[in-house]
Design a protein around this ligand. Structure first.
Ligand code: BES
Ligand code: ZN
Ligand code: ZN
Length: 481
């Protein structure tokens, strides 16, 4: 919704009510040299040892018109970039409290690589979903004051980053929307509008078309809701693409659990159950906007998992797109049912790589905690590339096993398989379920983003609510292919 404005140029005149952010080097372990501090500020005494990457010392320099904050970027648990982004987001909150309007950050040539980091701190760290608030979020603007000139390459990198971050914030916007506003029908319209804007060709399958196409999984899960199921397909095809990549994203706009109803507390957060759709669709939009030399396809099945007289039941047997039948042993294990059809469709397009993302299992959150996504796949090197891309994007993922013997757990008596395994290793059996719908010769990776996509509390420098997890990682991955 709203975020910081970001500006940069050679030199800025400081005004009263500016918050000046500067960095300095501690004799032993600090990171920036004192020479960076603009001369007119005079000598700066290093702040005390305590404190992490937060702002820890305040002082007034020059006349009373400037407020200065020294930041120590030496949190042992954070990288320099992470600490910088976190300090920018805390400076933004500080300005809000103090009624300050501008944050000026001095960056010298030797620290040029930190300019895109500041951009990220501003655009993603300054984001707030204020749509339903009477009092709008008007954060301070960020001004990076440079003592060097930028090259055309520097500017183009900043432009690209800005584009990517705006799509991350788009993903956050739709995730933060309440389920009465964003449901399968309305989300399909938003995707159509935004996808076109980014340069994607959009095809939407409504319920009728889904029936014709044999998408039994999407139809079953979406059967109970007033807002009927939809599948949105986005495609970007440049001339002479280097490879074809298909994304599939779970788009459950609200997961009540269906007849296997979730307890009230567990329903909270389930508006984020479309995190996979938001991540893959936003990444496809970003890649199309950046005009990457790859053919990108994205499939997002959109449903609301509800209770009603038309809803699907426990023990129903449904027939999926590839003809396989599934016995529903739990209506709350719905994500895998809609992904199954979408994975079949994606495979029909014969992609060189297939990646799905889904807020699939609570078990994955138990295994890795809320900050880390699980990566399962049939292609080791693709798994590793995704994990490495995540590190580069400051998003964290961990390789999990597709342990084939657990496939036994999915065996059913009167259908080809059932949709849940035993109590243990639930993230693995969910991934194994999906494997039944992926053609063996297609390198495939499944990313379980249940933790970071549903986390309500801040994550690193990102504030409360949706984080838009995974968009940066997917874009980085394609750049690396
Ligand atoms: N959307 C949930 C998974 C989830 C849970 C995401 C918590 C984020 C936080 C999914 O549809 C679900 O309900 N999965 C069940 C599967 C079970 C019934 C086998 C789960 O994880 O409990
Ligand atoms: Zn569920
Ligand atoms: Zn779900």
């Amino acid at each position: 919704m709203a975020t910081c404005e970001f500006n940069y140029k050679k030199g800025y005149n400081l005004k009263s009510k500016d918050l000046l952010l500067f960095f300095f080097k501690d004799e032993k372990e600090g990171l920036f040299s004192k020479t960076q501090v603009p001369e007119f500020l005079g000598e700066i005494t290093p702040p005390e040892k305590e404190g992490k990457s937060k702002i820890i010392s305040a002082g007034t320099f020059d006349s009373k018109s400037y407020i200065s904050k020294a930041i120590r970027l030496d949190d042992k648990n954070l990288s320099l970039e992470q600490a910088l982004k976190k300090s920018i987001s805390s400076a933004i909150s500080f300005c809000k409290d103090q009624g300050l309007e501008r944050i000026v950050i001095f960056i010298s040539k030797e620290n040029k690589s930190l300019l895109p980091v500041c951009l990220e701190g501003a655009l993603l760290g300054g984001y707030k979903f204020d749509k339903y608030l009477e009092k709008k979020w008007e954060p301070a603007s960020i001004y990076c004051s440079l003592d060097f000139s930028l090259t055309a390459k520097d500017r183009s990198l900043l432009k690209q980053k800005k584009e990517i971050f705006s799509w991350v914030n788009f993903a956050r916007d739709i995730l933060n929307e309440p389920p009465n506003e964003i449901h399968p029908k309305s989300l399909s319209e938003v995707f159509k509008q935004m996808g076109k804007k980014a340069g994607l060709k959009i095809t939407i399958w409504d319920e009728k078309r889904l029936q014709k196409e044999g998408c039994g999984g999407i139809l079953a899960v979406g059967a109970g809701a007033a807002s009927r199921p939809h599948l949105v397909i986005g495609e970007y095809k440049p001339k002479k693409p280097k490879a074809k990549i298909a994304f599939v994203g779970k788009g459950v706009t609200m997961d009540t659990g269906g007849y296997c109803l979730k307890p009230a507390n567990s329903q909270i957060g389930m508006k984020y159950d479309m995190g996979g759709a938001a991540m893959t669709f936003a990444a496809a939009c970003a890649l199309a906007s950046l005009k990457v030399p790859y053919h990108i396809m994205v499939f997002t099945p959109l449903v609301e998992n509800d209770i009603s007289s038309t809803a699907f039941h426990t023990q129903d047997i449904i027939k999926m797109r590839n003809g396989k039948t599934v016995q529903v042993d739990n209506t709350d294990a719905e994500g895998r049912l809609i992904l199954a059809d979408a994975l079949c469709l994606a495979c029909e397009k014969k992609p060189d790589y297939l990646i799905d993302a889904a807020t699939l299992t609570g078990a994955c959150v138990v295994a890795l905690g809320e900050d880390i996504a699980g990566v399962f796949g049939t292609d080791e090197s693709l798994c590793n590339s995704i994990i490495e891309s995540g590190k580069e994007a400051d998003e964290y993922l961990w390789h999990m096993p597709l342990h084939m013997p657990y496939m036994e757990q999915l065996k059913a008596e009167i259908a080809d398989m059932k949709n849940i395994g035993t109590r243990w290793g639930g993230a693995i059996t969910a991934a194994l379920f999906l494997k039944n719908f992926v053609k063996e010769d297609i390198p495939w990776v499944h990313i379980d983003i249940a933790g970071p996509s549903v986390k309500e509390e801040p994550l690193g420098f990102l504030g409360k609510g949706a984080k838009g997890f995974g968009v940066k990682t997917l874009v980085e991955l394609i750049k690396r292919l």
